[in-house]
Design a protein around this ligand. Structure first.
Ligand code: HEM
Length: 195
């Protein structure tokens, strides 16, 4: 989940208008004298779309977990013999131009209508689907939301955050994220972080 946090914050720093949208949504729905809490999450519509868009572009398990066909079967028109190992290239599916408009762009708004959600499989699908998907989404929303509610965030320079992807089981960032943050005025006024 830390990898997803790093990608989400990197995407946001390269798209500061999205940080402002999250801030405005939280300020409109959470009293300013306390931090974002689980009870607030159902009221937030934009923040979950930012998480979904992050998991689309940088799925933390880009090939899912290897599966083995337990019977002879057909997948996408291909005959698969019993015992064959199947790897799902989720990274490619999430960026397939036949499924997504402007597939490489960060557009959280695309998830508003939920019309492409069947193509979103960051947690896999079927019986072996990740049982931690619900808690993962909540923790990501709470952590990212709280960081944006309490701090102002900026890139360290005019240069965009380097988004080069590394290789491995997960998708690590080649260059670790560095950012500048300072407490927001309401944080100082209400000692939100220190209380
Ligand atoms: C962003 C966070 C996470 C992502 C992207 C993720 C993704 C995945 C994926 C793709 C699988 C394999 C699904 C398949 O076989 O097709 C998986 C399996 C699994 N995940 Fe997660 N996961 C996340 C967080 C968590 C958390 C927080 C927990 C536990 C609280 C968890 C528990 C599991 C378990 C137990 C399995 C194995 C399920 C099985 O094989 O039956 N995951 N996860």
């Amino acid at each position: 989940m830390s990898i997803s946090m790093e990608w989400a914050m990197s995407l946001l720093l390269n798209n500061p208008q999205s940080i402002n949208k999250i801030k405005a949504e939280i300020d409109a729905n959470v009293p300013e004298d306390r931090l974002l809490d689980e009870q607030d999450l159902p009221k937030l519509k934009y923040l979950p779309n930012v998480i979904t868009e992050t998991l689309r572009l940088y799925p933390p398990v880009p090939f899912l977990i290897p599966h083995q066909a337990s019977e002879n079967c057909t997948v996408g028109g291909y005959d698969i013999s019993k015992g064959t190992m199947l790897l799902v290239n989720l990274w490619a599916m999430h960026r397939d131009p036949r499924l997504w408009e402007k597939p490489t762009e960060f557009i959280p708004e695309r998830h508003e209508l939920k019309k492409e959600e069947e193509y979103m499989l960051p947690f896999g699908a079927g019986r072996r689907k990740c049982p931690g998907g619900g808690i993962a989404n909540r923790v990501l929303e709470l952590t990212l939301g709280t960081l944006i509610q309490a701090f102002e965030w900026e890139r360290v320079s005019e240069e965009m955050v380097d988004m080069t992807e590394g290789t491995g089981f997960s998708i690590p960032k080649v260059k670790a994220l560095e950012a500048i943050c300072k407490p927001r005025d309401n944080t100082i006024k209400h000692s939100l972080v220190l209380s």
